[in-house]
Ligand binder design. Structure first.
Ligand code: GLY
Length: 332
């Protein structure tokens, strides 16, 4: 486990952050007396992202943040790494297709001024997050979908690419043998990549991108391109991002709720726990209902929590770079 190493290393930074980070990991409560020192400074820059693929994404984001770049550029550059990785079957190129064999992508991005852009049900574009940024910067709209989003991307110079890799095609053809319509949410370290960051200036940004549930109905859109569901931030408060079953996150306005709970005094960890509790209380059948949240407040304190075991987050700041396991409510 990394939590002990983590809180010892950042002991000089501030107790509030330490307690939050310790709470996020599974060794909660260990040797707290060693670390109770007065808070001295916010942790910044910092970048957090979902799942193991977040480690490489964070590295790319850190290239930007460590040179004084903006959190907005950092999160875009970060998640592009995952989108362009053909071995990752839940995001961008090589994502598992819908039940008709189409790879359809959802993404959104938000900056510290609450400018935001999103694309949904977008096909043939390897880096939907960059299209989402163009929607944010070059149009008066927030969300473009389907063929409209594709045409917009092509107009902006994005290349049309076949996103269905041989590996994902084979997986789909295997699935077709039974064609059991049971949308599959990934439970073992792969799903949406959601990333939230604070830059040197103390500004927050976030990005979220996915190929969505494998073998979904054609046209299905999840939480990841929906501002307030898959991703939300208020630069005066903090940011949150979600992973897991998008329908459950949309029903509860998951990421917005996490940010609002922080606004009203909850720690990032407490806010994630309450959002998970809300999802659990609103769904009688929790079978395969994995959802996880990450929250980050203005001070660089963070938390993470999930319905089921197995969710982890990649964390990078000046004193730490590793995965942290989320606490959870249920075993699989
Ligand atoms: N959270 C990703 C999705 O449901 O599509």
């Amino acid at each position: 486990m990394k939590s002990r190493r983590e809180f010892i290393k950042i002991g000089a930074i501030g107790s509030a952050a330490l307690i939050t980070q310790t709470a996020c990991a599974s060794e909660k409560g260990e040797d707290l007396e060693e670390i109770l020192i007065p808070p001295v400074a916010a942790i910044k820059p910092i970048v957090l992202s979902t799942w193991n693929h977040g480690l490489d994404a964070n590295k790319a984001a850190w290239e930007v943040l460590s040179q004084g770049g903006s959190a907005l550029d950092a999160v875009e550059q970060g998640v592009r790494v995952t989108e362009s990785d053909p071995t990752n079957q839940s995001v961008g190129l090589g994502g598992l297709p819908d039940r008709d064999g189409n790879v359809t992508l959802d993404a959104c991005i938000i900056d510290h001024n609450s400018n935001c852009g999103a694309v949904a049900f977008l096909q043939y574009i390897e880096n939907p997050i960059s299209v989402a940024r163009k929607v944010m910067e070059d149009t008066p709209h927030v969300l473009l979908a389907g063929v409209g989003a594709l045409n917009f991307a092509l107009e902006k110079g994005f290349e049309k690419t076949n996103l269905l890799t041989e590996k994902s095609k084979q997986a789909w053809e295997n699935w077709l043998k039974d064609s059991e319509y049971e949308p599959q949410i990934n439970s073992e370290n792969h799903d949406t990549i959601g990333m939230i960051a604070i830059d040197e200036s103390g500004n927050l940004s976030g990005a979220c991108t996915t190929s969505g549930m494998a073998y979904k109905l054609h046209g299905r859109v999840g939480d990841s391109p929906i501002i307030a569901a898959g991703l939300f931030l208020d630069n005066e408060v903090g940011a949150a991002v979600a992973t897991g079953v998008g329908e459950a996150v949309i029903r509860t306005a998951g990421s917005a709720i996490v940010v609002e709970l922080m606004r009203h005094g909850k720690t990032p960890q407490e806010a994630c726990e309450e959002a998970v509790a809300r999802i659990m209380s609103k769904h009688k059948d929790l079978t395969n209902m994995q959802v996880g949240f990450i929250a980050l407040n203005k001070n660089g304190e963070y938390g993470c929590h999930s319905v089921y075991a197995g969710f982890n987050i990649a964390v990078k700041h000046n004193d730490f770079e590793d995965m942290v396991d989320a606490q959870y409510e249920l075993e699989w």
